[in-house]
Each structure stands twice: as structure tokens, then as C-alpha cells.
Design a protein around this ligand. Structure first.
Ligand code: AMP
Length: 376
């Protein structure tokens, strides 16, 4: 829906998806005098207890989707694996932001890579793989090591197979279940960084400083800002996010994940992935920035002016995964540590249960504090 709907406090936001991102969006919306209606297919999702209303139904239930759309003023989503047809169906009733076209593009790694490359932005070498024969041709072209990824429905390293010297290609292809795939050259990166940014209804663009991300078992473990890379690279990273947001006519918060690589001619950034939503690597902004990514997303999709994205100082975000949550009391005792728990009852391995933002400004002990016992 292309109408330029601008909302005011008192309006209701529909959020598709009920996870922690939806929960933190609903908290930010409440602070601006807005309320939220969450649509999820799971009864015990963490956003439900924060939202003013909830619909629990399948993501392709058109009757439930229509009732949900009628009950809200604008619709957004907090995870990207909802059916693109459902987003289009909703958008015919109330504006969906970011648009269903953005959702469809980012749901398919091949379409997304082609789009980013078409902007002249560097990505890892890649090739389309529809069957085992195409995989052999792609490996011959791109070489080893390389990574075979499903085009759709991959997250946190799921739906990926590393192709090394000696790897059996047929086995690798079968291990992913044989869906349409993409083969990517393995990037020997120095580090992984991300830009979290927002574009408003008027086309204004605001980006936070680049975050340095570390992963454990393919799941984000920490984000550190500043990222420890020079200003020129940081500006280039933000410029890539801006060009992507503009080309998508994007409305809302997005994250662009990048690999930092060293080449004989200097350091370069390769775009790995676009997330069309608030992102785990932007959680530090809740405590560490004038405007959080959640408030900014609410501002953008409601047609409000965007807020300032300045950091209060150096900060580190640590994810609490699975049993890490047992350390909640310890974190509450650390000066400058801000604890966020998502209200999930069961701490399964690999499940994101909460996060801690450690403010590193001098008044909290800054560099003098021994970080070793805080980071995992
Ligand atoms: P993705 O699902 O594409 O975000 O990949 C998950 C993680 O796998 C990334 O955060 C990287 O650590 C790693 N990875 C993905 N693609 C590549 C690549 N082309 N080269 C090296 N590592 C990669």
C-alpha cells in the first residue's frame, strides 16, 4: 500500500511475529503513546504479554490476517520468514512497512545478492545451484572452501554446508534437503561488522555507528561499539547501508551485515546479508544511544521524524543464550550493566533468553574494569 499514512500517538501498530524483537518494539511503542497488536502462531511468545492485543493463528490464515489488519493502523514484521503472500494480503488492507517487496527480496539469498551486486556493492562470489550438477559447476567456478546455503529460510547458520577439499558434493547438497541453493566463496574475513540504520517515510536516513560482531555456533554472541576500525571504513559501511535503503525505498530499521577483509590494496567491506527489521546487533542502542533501534523503527513506520542515533559512549552487548540467563543476578550487580530479559520460560540450548548492555564510559569503571569475567 503506497499511501503515505502518517500516524499520531494513540494509533495501533500491528506486529507480525511475537519474539523478543516484537516484545522490545511493543515496549518502545508504549513509551510513545502507541499500542501494539501482535500476530503470531505461538501461544507463549514473549511479545504477547507486552502487547495490548494478540492474534494467535497460522501465518497464512487469511481470515485471521484480515481481522488483524482491520484492527491496526500500520503493520510491520519482526522476522522475515512469514509468507510473502501474507504480507501482500495485509498490505492491501493496511500499509505494511517495510514493504512486502522488500520482504520478498530479502527472503531469497540469490535475489538479494543479485540486488546488492547490481548497486555496485561488493559481495562474496556466488552462483545459483538448483541441482547436484549445478553444484559441481559452481564449485569448479568459485573453488573451495565455499559455502552452500539454501536460498530461503536460513538463519543463524542453519541451512548451510561448508564445502572443503575432499567434501562429497552430492552428500553436501543432500544434507540441505535439496532445495534451490546458492554457493558462496568462503570469505577469509578479519571480522564481521554490521550497520543498523533507519529510513523514514520522507526518505531521511539515520545510521548508528558500525558494530563489531562475534558469533558462537553461528549465533551472535557480542556486539561492540565502536568497532575498532578506522573512520573511513565506518563511513563506507554506512554509505553502503544508505544506498541499499534508498534503492529499496525502505521504511523502517534495517541491518546490513558485512565482512571486513584485508586485500593487498587495503581493507574492504563485502555485504553478506540484509535483515529487513530491527536486529540483534542493534540491541546496544536500547541503553547506549539517544534513540534506540526499536523506537526508531516505530518512528519510521508511523511517519514520525527520526531520532538522533548518537551513542552515549563505548558499549558492549552480550547475548544471554540458553543457560547464560542463570547469571542474571551477577549482571544486575555490575555498574553500567543493563539487563534485558525476554520472559521466556524455558532456557533451551541456543535460545536467545536476554542480553546485557555494558556501558564502558569512565563513570562506570570504563577500561579499568576487568571485562574477562563478564564476557563468555
Ligand atoms: P549467514 O546466515 O549468511 O548470515 O551466515 C552465518 C555466518 O556464517 C556468518 O555470520 C559468517 O560467520 C559465516 N559465513 C556466512 N557466509 C560466509 C562466507 N561467504 N564466507 C565466510 N563465512 C561465512
Amino acid at each position: 500500500m503506497t499511501t503515505e499514512t502518517r500516524l499520531a500517538p494513540g494509533a495501533r501498530i500491528g506486529i507480525v511475529g511475537g519474539g523478543q524483537l516484537g516484545r522490545m518494539l511493543a515496549l518502545a511503542a508504549a513509551r510513545l503513546g502507541l499500542s501494539c497488536h501482535v500476530y503470531t502462531d505461538r501461544q507463549d511468545d514473549p511479545a504477547i504479554e507486552i502487547a495490548a492485543a494478540a492474534t494467535v493463528a497460522r501465518y497464512d490464515d487469511q481470515e485471521a490476517l484480515a481481522r488483524f489488519a482491520q484492527a491496526v493502523d500500520v503493520i510491520t514484521y519482526e522476522f522475515e520468514n512469514i509468507p510473502a503472500q501474507s504480507a501482500e494480503f495485509l498490505d492491501a488492507i493496511k500499509p505494511v512497512r517495510p514493504s512486502p517487496a522488500v520482504l520478498a527480496l530479502t527472503q531469497d539469498r540469490l535475489v538479494e545478492k543479485n540486488f546488492v551486486a547490481s548497486l555496485g556493492i561488493e559481495v562474496a562470489p556466488f552462483a545459483q545451484v538448483d541441482d547436484a550438477g549445478a553444484l559441481a559447476r559452481a564449485v569448479a567456478q568459485i573453488g573451495r572452501p565455499s559455502i552452500l546455503k539454501t536460498r530461503r529460510f536460513g538463519y543463524d547458520g542453519k541451512g548451510q554446508a561448508l564445502i572443503r577439499e575432499g567434501s562429497d558434493l552430492a552428500v553436501a547438497f543432500r544434507s540441505l534437503g535439496g532445495p534451490p541453493c546458492i554457493l558462496e566463496g568462503f570469505v577469509p574475513f578479519l571480522s564481521e561488522v554490521s550497520v543498523v540504520a533507519a529510513r523514514g517515510l520522507d526518505g531521511d536516513f539515520v545510521a548508528w555507528d558500525v558494530g563489531l560482531n562475534t558469533h558462537e555456533h553461528h549465533i551472535l554472541a557480542t556486539t561492540t561499539v565502536p568497532a575498532g576500525i578506522d573512520a573511513d571504513l565506518r563511513a563506507r559501511a554506512r554509505d553502503k547501508a544508505k544506498r541499499i535503503a534508498e534503492a529499496l525505498d525502505y521504511v523502517g530499521v534495517l541491518a546490513v551485515e558485512m565482512f571486513l577483509v584485508s586485500t593487498p590494496t587495503g581493507k574492504r567491506l563485502l555485504v553478506n546479508e540484509i535483515a529487513p527489521r530491527v536486529h540483534n546487533s542493534g540491541h546496544w542502542t536500547l541503553d547506549g544511544s539517544v534513540t534506540s533501534q526499536f523506537e526508531q523503527h516505530v518512528r519510521a513506520i508511523c511517519g514520525f521524524p527520526l531520532g538522533v542515533a548518537r551513542a552515549h559512549g563505548p558499549v558492549e552487548m552480550i547475548n544471554l543464550i540458553g543457560d547464560d540467563i542463570l547469571r542474571w543476578r551477577e549482571f544486575l550487580g555490575v555498574p553500567g550493566a543493563c539487563l534485558h530479559l525476554y520472559g521466556k520460560s524455558e532456557a533451551r540450548p541456543g535460545r536467545k533468553m536476554g542480553h546485557v548492555t555494558i556501558m564502558k564510559n569512565a563513570e562506570f569503571g570504563g577500561a579499568e574494569r576487568d571485562e574477562d569475567d563478564l564476557t563468555r
